[in-house]
Every structure is written in structure tokens, then in C-alpha cells.
Design a protein around this ligand. Structure first.
Ligand SMILES: [Fe+2]
Length: 288
């Protein structure tokens, strides 16, 4: 406490030092600043656990190039479920269904340490023919999506491993690395209430790249991943419907048991990562 108007009224034993801010733990990893109010572990590296190498590999050497926020009507945990789940996209997102129809369930869904999770999969080329048919049935218009130059920017492809990655850090951070590293973004959740959450989307670019490349990243990322985009708009609607459904008092548990193989790694449509999240949440909430 650095100042008190008319402090004499509190008496001679009043000490401003006794009303200091509560210290929080702050750490830096892969160029990102993490803060914890009341951590259960001693260090940030210990907290990140086996998520740390992925954070380092895919998101270091980046910097912030754009930022925006939106609000959805739903609990903050629903957003984490969405980003740990690769079961819903082909059913929830018309864009994904039309562009990727028939794609195999390749890649893996990982339960990482202490609440973190990882989806990692080979990128699948967009099926423009199928997309055009779907657009025509929805709009009546003949649209050749292949003529949109935004869909092909091989000059940006930098990932030798040729994977798409979604890393989720407990409790409120998720990071996306899509289309061989062309779309680099992270979302930070700010709970406002039981059924209201602010999403802060931070767009990243690689250090030293041109203004033209950054402009492309911003446009593409906003198109796909901002609240109005053909993917996130569906998610926000789905979260609102989940919120309404969860209000029903039927006392029936939500099933997150997809993937019964022993261990911590399943197929991308499995729910190892979601189970990791709720195990940590129960530990922090001291739910037995
Ligand atoms: Fe989704």
C-alpha cells in the first residue's frame, strides 16, 4: 500500500506495509511470461512438465503481431474441451466436413503431465472439389476455391516434421500450429463468471519475416480462428448450446472415456487430453 488518505484516523499502530499486494510467481519460458497465484509446484519448468519441449520447438522464436478478444456465453472449461477434442470438428464444422470429408484419423491425442494435452497430426490437403460442391448446394453459386491465393503459401512452410499441432496448457492457454506453421496463434481464457468467458487471441509471427507475410498471417488467422470465422463461429455456438444443456438437472455425468487403450496416447479422436485436464482440475479444486 503506497498511500492512504487521512491515515491518522487508523491510529498510531497502522502500518501501510501490512497491506502489500500478495506476491505472485512469474516465470518465462520460450519467450512467454507465465504467472501463477498459488502454484502447487516449485518451478515453471516443473509445472510445464512434458509440454515444455513442444512449447519450445513450435512456438519459440516468435513474437506477437496481432491481438483481439471476444466473449462467449459458457464456462471457461468448455473452451479447453473444444481445443483438446478432435472428435467434433467433422460434425460441428461444416467447413471441416466439406474440405476434409473422408480423411483418416491420423496422428495422436496425448495426455501430458499435470493437466496439459497435445494433439499432433499430419496436415491433410483441402479437398477443393468437395468444398465447391458443398458451397454450391448451400449458396447456388459456382465457386472455385482453388483460385483464392490465400490457400497456398508454400514459401511459409517451415516445418520439416510436417505436422499440425494443438498444445493445451492447464488451465487457460492453448496454442495452435497449423498448416505447417503458417498459422501460429494462442488463446488465453479469462473467466468472467460461471457462464461467461473472454477469449484473448494472440497472433504470432516469426521474428524477422516481412510485413507482407505478417499481413497474410493476420488475414488467414482472422478468417479461420477469430470469433466470426467459419470454424470458431461454430465452436462459440456449440459452447452456448453445451452451457444450456448442462443446466438440465438430470444428474448424468458427461462421458469423456473415448480411447480405452492403456497408457497416455490414443488416436486423435480419443479423449486422453481431456481426461488429463479434468484430473488436474479436480486436484486443484480438491475434488475427491
Ligand atoms: Fe471446434
Amino acid at each position: 500500500l503506497i498511500g492512504v488518505p487521512h491515515a491518522e484516523a487508523y491510529g498510531s499502530r497502522f502500518r501501510r506495509e501490512a497491506y502489500h499486494l500478495i506476491p505472485i510467481r512469474v516465470g518465462i519460458f520460450a519467450g512467454m511470461v507465465f504467472a501463477a497465484l498459488d502454484p502447487l509446484v516449485d518451478s515453471l519448468e516443473e509445472y510445464l512438465g512434458d509440454a515444455a519441449p513442444f512449447l519450445e520447438k513450435f512456438w519459440s522464436h516468435t513474437e506477437v503481431i496481432g491481438r483481439l478478444r471476444w466473449v462467449y456465453n459458457g464456462n471457461w472449461k468448455l473452451w479447453q474441451e473444444n481445443f483438446r477434442d478432435n472428435y467434433h470438428p467433422e460434425f460441428t464444422h461444416r467447413f471441416v466436413r466439406d474440405c476434409y470429408q473422408g480423411c483418416l484419423d491420423q496422428g495422436a491425442n496425448h495426455q501430458l503431465s499435470d493437466g496439459h494435452g497435445l494433439l499432433i497430426m499430419p496436415p491433410v490437403p483441402l479437398n477443393f472439389e468437395q468444398y465447391g460442391v458443398a458451397l454450391k448446394s448451400a449458396s447456388g453459386l459456382d465457386i472455385d476455391a482453388r483460385r483464392n491465393p490465400n490457400w497456398d503459401v508454400p514459401c511459409l512452410w517451415v516445418d520439416d516434421g510436417r505436422v499440425d499441432v494443438i498444445l493445451t496448457i492447464f488451465p487457460n492457454l492453448d496454442l495452435t500450429y497449423f498448416v505447417l506453421g503458417t498459422s501460429l496463434a494462442l488463446h488465453v481464457l479469462h473467466p468472467q463468471g460461471v457462464a461467461r468467458t473472454v477469449v484473448e487471441m494472440i497472433q504470432l509471427g516469426r521474428r524477422g519475416e516481412s510485413a507482407e507475410v505478417r499481413q497474410w498471417r493476420l488475414e488467414r488467422s482472422l478468417h479461420l480462428h477469430a470469433a466470426h470465422g467459419p470454424v470458431t463461429a461454430d465452436d462459440v455456438e456449440a459452447l452456448d448450446r453445451c452451457r444450456r444443456g448442462l443446466q438440465a438437472r438430470i444428474n448424468r455425468p458427461v462421458n469423456i472415456s473415448r480411447g480405452q487403450k492403456p497408457g497416455k496416447v490414443g488416436e486423435t479422436r480419443d479423449e486422453y487430453s481431456i481426461r488429463s485436464f479434468y484430473a488436474a482440475w479436480r486436484r486443484y479444486m480438491q475434488v475427491t
